[in-house]
Each structure stands twice: as structure tokens, then as C-alpha cells.
Ligand binder design. Structure first.
Ligand code: SF4
Ligand code: SF4
Length: 180
């Protein structure tokens, strides 16, 4: 078989420049054929859903919105080591490290913490590698089904600590559940 006639998909068709017959030039047969294809699609299983009224069931391995964890005393776990940012294939994470002050021991678990921690949701591919890399069990991808809201403003996609840090009430509730 020559390279010109080779077809990997088996659907390759040779283009012919032969003159059309009278019936072909009316395009009636082609239009009827096309209509049958369209009608056929009415009876096949639909692959689309009416989002947002209908939401697809997620796979068991679904990874949702990130969360920066607090410990059982409500202190932030993150020590701004930067390993999550280093392991991120999309270079979506940036942070600024700061030294914990003596009167901030109730806020941050480690001596160093992230004063700024940002994830660019336009870059993130929700791979979960940041979670894998974290030595402090500080970041994880939740099972939240809430998607990143659409916006015309790029700034809205930069999620800072206000959106990422676990709410204090949640940390306290988790600690209570662990005790029971
Ligand atoms: S989930 Fe993946 S892409 Fe997103 S911030 Fe973490 S490592 Fe980067
Ligand atoms: S989330 Fe984990 S890996 Fe990332 S800076 Fe904080 S402690 Fe380090």
C-alpha cells in the first residue's frame, strides 16, 4: 500500500474531481442523507447535560477545591516550605513566607508560615501533586463539587488565603469529632 492511500482510521476517502451527474448536482440525495443522520441523532443517547440545572455524577477520584488545613487547635499547618509550589506542574502556586511572632503561636503551628498563599485557578489542573508533596499535611483537595466561578476579571481567579484556609469552625468541629 502506498503512502498516499494509507489510512490509519480506515475512514480516509479519496477526493474525486469527476463531473457531477444531473441528480448529484441537485444535492437532493445529499440533503436527504444529511436529514437522516440528524434524525438518527434524536434517538441516540445524549452526551450533554442541562448544566447547571443538571450536574453530572463525579468520578470517585474527583478532586475539588483546595483547602489549607488547620490543626486541632485551629492553627494553620502550612510552614511556607514551598514544596507544593515546586511540585506544581502548572506553576500555579505562589507564596510569601514570614516568621511567626511570639504572640502568634495560637495562629500558626510552625515557626514559619505563609503570610501570602495564592493559587491561580486559571493555571491549576487539579492534579493533586501539591497535596502529595506537602510534608505538613497542610494542603489537600477537597471533595467539594463547587466549581471555580466564571468571571471576566483575571484577578477573580487568584485564590488567596481568604478562600483557601479552612474555616475555624470547621477545624473545631473536626477536632470535636476526633475526640468522640
Ligand atoms: S492541583 Fe496540581 S496544578 Fe493545581 S495547584 Fe496543586 S499541584 Fe498545581
Ligand atoms: S502547603 Fe505544605 S508544601 Fe506547601 S508551603 Fe505549606 S507546608 Fe509547604
Amino acid at each position: 500500500m502506498s503512502v498516499q492511500t494509507m489510512s490509519l482510521s480506515g475512514r480516509k476517502k479519496e477526493v474525486s474531481n469527476k463531473k457531477m451527474t444531473f441528480w448529484e448536482s441537485l444535492y437532493l440525495v445529499a440533503i436527504v442523507k444529511g436529514l437522516f443522520i440528524t434524525i438518527g441523532h434524536l434517538f441516540t443517547r445524549k452526551v450533554t447535560v442541562k448544566y447547571p440545572e443538571e450536574v453530572r455524577t463525579r468520578a470517585g477520584i474527583w478532586r475539588g477545591q483546595h483547602m489549607l488545613k488547620r490543626d486541632e487547635q485551629g492553627r494553620e499547618n502550612c510552614t511556607a516550605c514551598g514544596l507544593c509550589a515546586l511540585s506544581c506542574p502548572a506553576e500555579a502556586i505562589t507564596m510569601t513566607a514570614a516568621e511567626r511572632k511570639p504572640d502568634e503561636k495560637h495562629l500558626y503551628r510552625e515557626e514559619k508560615y505563609a503570610s501570602v498563599y495564592e493559587i491561580n485557578m486559571l493555571r491549576c489542573i487539579f492534579c493533586g501533586l501539591c497535596e502529595e508533596a506537602c510534608p505538613k499535611d497542610a494542603i489537600y483537595l477537597t471533595e467539594s463539587k463547587v466549581l471555580v466561578p466564571a468571571s471576566y476579571d483575571r484577578e477573580d481567579f487568584i485564590f488567596g488565603k481568604d478562600k483557601l484556609v479552612m474555616p475555624l469552625e470547621m477545624a473545631m468541629a473536626n477536632a470535636k469529632n476526633r475526640q468522640n
